[in-house]
Design a protein around this ligand. Structure first.
Ligand code: PEP
Ligand code: MG
Length: 545
């Protein structure tokens, strides 16, 4: 037995086989140590070409699988990898090296891959770093095929506890949810979007687990205990028995919560809370419905932009929003406009390297500086609003002027749709309160917008000056800090003063120990991970306020 502790992202239990997802440079480094002089240059070059052909087939399979499970945006990365393999410069460079230095194919791939990756990394900006990761990934795949290894580390073959060094939001999105029993990563932060995704998928997940990946192998067994923040590899019989027992208890508890389906989220004193769910894509909407969410309080639309090579079109976005609206029928669906930047990166945005990305070019700032991107999304939202109860809200607001500028752009979009004769509806418009600036001037902002949704994840980060991504600061990141709670109270008061409603869509909204305080403050809506809807409803119904 080997036990480790980490920070828990989702309180649940998992028991099952391990799949280790290794980062791409591990294999390259191994091969770098094994240079072999060869005499048959042509045979080595043929081997590389055959490996490339096989790799393209594998990538096609992965693309098809990803397309089915997570849609086009998640699948796009495999398309990018295929293009790299078809790139003359990369393949030509490998063959040149074999010819020039008379070395074995795997070694030539490893050296070329490293060389290309170094060039990309040296270019500095984040999009080029991602390019470097792609080259390493592809080189790794070629080496694996050349060395006759199976693909066991690259694909999750059976429902498993995934163990990895770290995972980006795009990597997490790409995985087949059905095959993830639990997640364990060496690095990462509990407030990252990867962690939020794990929570939304109801996956017991631990991050910051100090495990040596060299000692963990695919096929081992693991117990992940999200309640205790513990993972045990190769558990003994007794540990497995206890884990199974706890899982059974959990199931019973969930079954009990199911009894609350169809019930109102209303306190004993009759105060009604709108209990909505946070989603990132259409399959989350299904989960929200399964958990009886009364609406969607936060549709993180930027997830439509992640894990792909180019901007999603107006049509793609329109289809996603329309589908969400139609699935939710008359229930509210609040679409948050794209909140890219910080930990949510996509190469094609060319956001560049920043010293302080959380304080940088992100959220509404990108939309205001590049309205051509913003307008495509607004068109999709306004068109989709014809099909259901859609609202729109804008992230990272700090000033009245920003809201006025947004309204100006929305007006232009309306005029354009009007002129083109395209049907649309202008939805209710709200803003996220996730900067201290917005909280302080919420009195003025409330006069402009239809509602507030408080993003406590960022509000905590900016109020306490603690980077939510920085794992070393986890002990300082306290969303229950008095300063944050007082701001929430002020924001709710200011909203009500002007006849507007205010909700919370940050993770704090799902903290059952604060539900009473929020209800006392007058919070009108709580938007939580789908898996938390029933638990918070239970809490609301117990309150005697
Ligand atoms: C928040 O900041 O609380 C929020 C809901 O937005 P995100 O976590 O996507 O930044
Ligand atoms: Mg935020």
């Amino acid at each position: 037995m080997m036990g480790f502790t980490g920070k828990s992202v989702y309180k649940g239990l998992a028991l099952g086989p391990v799949t280790v997802l290794r980062k791409s440079d591990i294999r390259i480094q191994d091969i770098r140590m094994r240079r072999i002089e060869i005499s048959d240059v042509e045979a080595e070059m043929d081997a590389v070409r055959a490996a490339a052909a096989r790799a393209i087939e594998e990538l096609q399979e992965l693309y098809d699988k990803a397309l089915k499970e997570v849609g086009e945006s998640g699948a796009a990365v495999f398309e990018a990898h295929r293009m790299l393999l078809e790139d003359e410069e990369y393949m030509g460079s490998i063959c040149d090296r074999i010819r020039r230095e008379q070395m074995n194919a795997s070694y030539a791939v490893a050296v070329t891959g490293e060389h290309f990756a170094e060039i990309f990394e040296g270019m500095g900006d984040d999009s080029m770093k991602a390019r470097a990761a792609d080259v390493k990934d592809i080189s790794n795949r070629l080496i694996r095929i050349l060395e006759g290894d199976s693909e066991e580390d690259a694909v999750i073959r059976e429902p498993s506890v995934i163990v990895a060094d770290d995972l980006t939001p795009s990597e997490t999105i790409q995985m087949d949810k059905e095959k993830i029993l639990g997640l364990v990563t060496v690095h990462g932060s509990v407030n990252s979007h990867t962690a939020i995704l794990a929570r939304m998928m109801n996956i017991p997940a631990l991050i910051g687990v100090p495990v040596n990946l060299e000692e963990i192998h695919t096929g081992m067994t693991a117990v992940v205990d999200g309640f205790r923040g513990e993972v045990i590899f190769e558990p003994d019989e007794e540990t497995c028995r206890l884990a199974k027992e706890k899982m059974e208890e959990e199931r019973e508890q969930m079954w009990f919560l199911q009894e609350l389906k169809g019930q109102d989220s209303v306190t004993l004193g009759g105060k009604r809370i709108h209990l909505y769910a946070n989603v990132g894509n259409i399959s989350d909407v299904e989960e929200a419905l399964e958990n009886d969410a009364e609406g969607i309080g936060l549709f993180r639309s930027e997830f439509l932009y992640l894990g792909r090579e180019s901007f999603p079109t107006e049509e793609e976005q329109f289809q996603a929003f329309r589908q969400a609206a139609q699935r939710m029928a008359e229930k509210k669906v609040i679409i948050r406009t794209l909140d890219m930047g910080a930990d949510k990166q996509a190469d094609y945005f060319n956001l560049g390297k920043e010293e302080n990305p959380a304080l940088g070019y992100r959220g509404i700032r990108i939309c205001l500086k590049q309205p051509e991107i913003f307008k495509v999304q607004l068109r999709a939202i306004l068109r989709a609003a014809m099909y259901g109860n859609i609202s729109v809200m804008y992230p990272m607001i700090t000033a009245v002027e920003e809201v006025l500028q947004i309204f100006g752009i929305v007006k232009e979009v309306r005029d354009e749709l009007e002129a083109e004769g395209i049907p649309y509806r202008c939805p209710e418009q709200g803003i996220m309160i996730e900067t201290p600036a917005a909280a302080v001037i919420s009195d003025e902002l409330a006069q402009l917008v239809d509602f507030f949704s408080i993003g406590t994840n960022d509000l905590t980060q900016y109020t306490l000056a603690v980077d939510r991504q920085n794992e070393r600061l986890a002990d300082f990141y306290n969303p229950r800090h008095k300063a944050v709670l007082r701001m929430i109270e002020i924001v709710v008061k200011n909203a009500h003063r002007h006849g507007k409603w205010a909700g919370i869509c940050g993770e704090l909204g799902a903290d059952p120990e604060l539900t009473e305080e929020f209800v006392r403050m007058g919070v009108d809506e709580l938007s939580v991970a789908p898996s938390m809807v029933m638990r918070i409803r239970k809490r609301v119904r117990e309150l005697d306020i």
